[in-house]
Ligand binder design. Structure first.
Ligand code: NAD
Length: 262
């Protein structure tokens, strides 16, 4: 029996990277899981069925596009209809686009603000009440070191992640008296498809080779000179979901090798 046995965790953007690792970690402690994200249908089904068989929990999947509020509501309704409650809401889905402001495509700005920021407003808006009623809940956000500091060419992402920091603090105050905490995890560079995909654009924006981008841009920011692993982020998420963390509220938990200490 894990410490999340009988609880349900909804993790957005959990078909890949950090979200997948967090979903697996919650399931390993006994939580039923609501997966969400895009990807190959066969691979997603393999992930869903694998979580069920490996951990003896139930896992369901929502293909909701989180830039669409009505799809978010369909997802939260499906979660509540299936499990009766969502105890852990982990807002994780996010994308990146790298371009100087004068060339930043308007549709990329709208996408990133919609997905990386507004979707968290919608999931929280729809799930907070039932957490308060049960007097226990965990709102966990995958923010970023970019919730605390900026980098050039990432206007939408940095704005959205700073917004998540603010939303986390507001929800921490709204939930505090009801057993509901809200915290954001702020990783530096984690080796996932999101990081891999921004290398070509960064090469173009900065006129650099692939190796130069990895060593002089990405790992340059992290004094440990190591990428954060998805398992390290998941371990923090699991701690924030535990009862030991009941007084950690409204915090921004940096896992960035010292990046934001500089
Ligand atoms: P990833 O690309 O591996 O995963 C992103 C997930 O979001 C996938 O499951 C994808 O299908 C899903 N997704 C994308 N668009 C969606 C949409 N419209 N609706 C629903 N789901 C959608 O990336 P990752 O690195 O694991 O990123 C996860 C989170 O971590 C993001 O919020 C990202 O900003 C944050 N983060 C990543 C890093 C890093 O270095 N990788 C660092 C700090 C923060």
């Amino acid at each position: 029996m894990g410490f999340l046995s009988g609880k349900t965790a909804l993790v957005t953007g959990s078909t890949s990277g950090i979200g997948e690792a967090c979903a697996r970690a919650y399931a390993a402690e006994g939580a039923n899981i609501v997966l969400n994200g895009f990807g190959d249908a066969g691979e997603i089904e393999k992930l869903r069925a694998g979580i069920e068989s490996e951990h003896g929990v139930r896992a369901i999947y929502s293909d909701a596009d989180l830039t669409r509020p009505e799809k978010i509501e369909e997802m939260t309704t499906m979660a509540l209809d299936t499990f009766g409650a969502v105890d852990i809401l982990h807002n994780n889905a996010g994308v990146q686009h790298v371009a100087p402001i004068e060339d930043f495509p308007v549709e990329k700005w709208d996408l990133i603000i919609g997905l990386n920021l507004s979707s968290s407003f919608h999931t929280a808006r729809l799930l907070m009440k039932q957490m308060k009623e049960r007097k226990w809940g965990r709102l966990i956000f995958t923010a970023s070191a970019h919730a605390l500091v900026a980098s050039p060419y990432k206007a939408a992402y940095v704005a959205a992640k700073h917004g998540i920091a603010g939303l986390t603090k507001v929800l921490a105050l709204e939930g505090a008296a009801h057993g509901v905490t809200a915290n954001a995890i702020c990783p530096g560079y984690v080796w996932t498809p999101l990081v891999e995909k921004q290398i070509p654009d960064t090469m173009k924006s900065r006129g650099m080779s692939r190796d130069e981008v990895i060593n002089e841009v990405l790992l340059d920011a992290q004094p440990t000179k190591k990428f954060v692993t998805v398992e390290q982020v998941a371990a923090m998420a699991l701690y924030l979901a535990s009862d030991n963390a009941e007084n950690i509220n409204g915090s921004l938990q940096v896992i960035d090798g010292g990046w934001t200490a500089q």
